[in-house]
Write a protein that binds this ligand. Structure first.
Ligand code: NAD
Ligand code: MG
Length: 391
C-alpha cells in the first residue's frame, strides 16, 4: 500500500487523480488532500477518502471544514496555510506527492515534496519554470523519482528509452505538440475582444481557468518548452513546438536515425496520472480507448508567432538567466488573473509580460528566498504596467 498526498486536490488535475486512486483502493491510500479555499469540495473528498490530514489556505475555511468533518464523524485533522501544505508534502510517511496546485503558489509545497525524497508527480509546471536550477539540483541531491504529469512531458518521458531523463542516446529533437487552443482559427484582429469564457472554451481538454487562458495564448506551450528543457536537460533549440489540433499525439521524440517515437491517447489527464502513480508498472486509468477507425485526421502545422506572441516571449526567455523565467511567469499570472476578472483585454497579456521583461535584468536565483523576492518584484511591476495601460 502506498500513501499519497495531493496538493491541489479540488482542481482539475486533483479530481482526476482521485478518480484514478478510487479505482485502486488496494494499492493506494490517501494521506493528505489540500485546497485553497473550497472547503465544501474538500470536505466531500475527505469523507470519501478519509485522509489523515486536510489543508486549506484560509483560516475561516479551515475552521468550517474542521467543524463539518467533526460533525460527520471523520477523523481527518485540518491544517492551515503554507506550513500545513509543506508539512503534508514533506511528511516522511508519504510515498507519493501529486503537485497539482496552480501557479507560483505551488512552489514551496512542491519543493517541500522534493525534499521528502520519494516520488513526486509534477503537474505544477510554474514551480519548475520559476526555480529550474534549484528544483533539479534538489531532485538529484535527494534522489527523487520525478515523474512529469503534464501530458506532453509524460509523453516525452515515455518516448525516451526507458524514461531516460536527458541521457537518452541519439536524440535529435523533441517535438512538443499543442492544440493551438480555442483561438487557433480566430482572426488575429478579433483577439482583442475575446472574453474569458471564449478563451477558456478549450476544444479538447477540461482544465482550470488559468491554464485554459494559457492554452489560448500558447503561454502554456511556452512554459512547457522551459519545463522540458529542465526535465530532460535540453537546449531550447532542441525543442520544436508543433500545432496538432486533435490533441491525440501528446508529443514525440525524434532520433538521429530518422525514427520518431510518439505517445498517443485520448486527451484525458488520467493517462499521465495513472502512468506516474504506478510507474514503472501500468494500471487502469478509466480513460476511453482511442478508436482509429472513427478518429479521423491527425493534422500538424507550425505555430504562427504573430497569433501567439506569448510563445515567442517564452522562446526568448528559455535558456536565459532564471530571473527572466521568474518575471515572465509572474507577469503572466498577474495578467491572466486580471483578464479573467475582465479588467484587461486578452491581447494585453503579452504586452504586459514584455514590458515587465524589459525591466528585468539577469540575476542568479539559486535560493528560495531570492526566487520569492524576484517573483514579488515582477508581480509589482506587472501591476504598475497594468495601471499605466488601463488609465
Ligand atoms: P485548477 O485551478 O483546476 O486547480 C488548482 C488547485 O490548486 C485547486 O485545488 C486549488 O484549490 C489549489 N490552489 C489554487 N490557488 C492556491 C493557492 N494560492 N494556494 C494553495 N492552493 C491553491 O488547476 P488545474 O487545471 O488542476 O492545474 C493545476 C496545475 O497542473 C497547474 O500548474 C497546471 O498548469 C497543471 N496542469 C494542468 C492540466 C489540466 O489538465 N488541468 C494539465 C497539465 C498541467
Ligand atoms: Mg500540457
Amino acid at each position: 500500500m502506498q500513501t499519497v498526498t495531493i496538493l491541489g486536490a479540488t482542481g482539475s488535475v486533483g479530481v482526476s487523480t482521485l478518480d484514478v486512486l478510487r479505482r485502486h483502493p488496494q494499492r493506494f491510500a490517501v494521506h493528505a488532500l489540500t485546497a485553497n479555499t473550497n472547503w465544501q469540495r474538500l470536505g466531500a473528498q475527505c469523507e470519501e477518502f478519509q485522509p489523515k490530514f486536510a489543508v486549506l489556505c484560509q483560516a475561516e475555511a479551515a475552521q468550517a471544514l474542521q467543524r463539518y468533518l467533526s460533525a460527520v464523524g471523520s477523523a481527518t485533522e485540518v491544517l492551515c496555510g503554507m506550513d500545513g501544505l509543506c508539512s503534508v508534502a514533506a511528511d516522511p510517511e508519504v510515498d507519493i506527492v501529486m503537485a497539482a496546485i496552480v501557479g507560483g503558489a505551488g512552489l514551496q509545497p512542491t519543493l517541500a515534496a522534493v525534499g521528502n525524497g520519494r516520488k513526486v508527480l509534477l503537474a505544477n509546471k510554474e514551480s519548475l519554470v520559476m526555480s529550474g536550477h534549484l528544483f533539479m539540483s534538489r531532485v538529484q541531491r535527494e534522489a527523487v523519482t520525478l515523474l512529469p504529469i503534464d501530458s506532453e512531458h509524460n509523453a516525452i518521458f515515455q518516448c525516451l528509452a526507458n524514461g531516460a531523463q536527458g541521457h537518452a542516446q541519439g536524440v535529435r529533437k523533441i517535438l512538443l505538440t499543442g492544440s493551438g487552443g480555442p483561438l487557433l482559427r480566430e482572426s488575429v484582429a478579433s483577439l482583442a475582444s475575446i472574453t474569458p469564457d471564449q478563451a477558456c472554451a478549450h476544444p479538447n481538454w477540461e482544465m482550470g481557468r488559468k491554464i485554459s487562458v494559457d492554452s489560448a495564448s500558447m503561454m502554456n506551450k511556452g512554459l512547457e518548452l522551459i519545463e522540458a528543457c529542465w526535465l530532460f536537460s535540453l537546449a531550447p533549440e532542441d525543442v520544436e513546438v508543433v500545432i496538432h489540433p486533435q490533441s491525440v499525439v501528446h508529443s514525440m521524440v525524434e532520433y538521429i536515425d530518422g525514427s520518431i517515437i510518439a505517445q498517443l491517447g485520448h486527451p484525458d489527464m488520467r493517462t499521465p496520472i495513472a502512468h506516474g502513480l504506478a510507474w514503472p508498472e501500468r494500471i487502469e486509468s478509466g480513460v476511453t480507448r482511442l478508436d482509429f477507425s472513427s478518429q479521423g485526421d491527425l493534422r500538424f502545422e507550425a505555430p504562427d508567432l504573430d497569433r501567439y506572441p506569448c510563445l515567442r516571449l517564452c522562446q526568448q526567455v528559455a535558456g536565459k538567466s532564471q530571473n527572466y523565467a521568474i518575471a515572465l511567469n509572474a507577469a503572466n499570472e498577474v495578467a491572466v488573473a486580471q483578464f479573467l476578472d475582465e479588467l484587461i483585454r486578452f491581447t494585453d497579456i503579452p504586452v504586459i509580460i514584455e514590458s515587465v521583461l524589459e525591466q528585468t535584468s539577469p540575476t542568479e536565483a539559486h535560493t528560495i528566498e531570492t526566487i520569492l523576492a524576484l517573483d514579488a518584484e515582477a508581480r509589482n511591476r506587472a501591476i504598475e504596467v497594468i495601471a499605466r495601460i488601463t488609465h
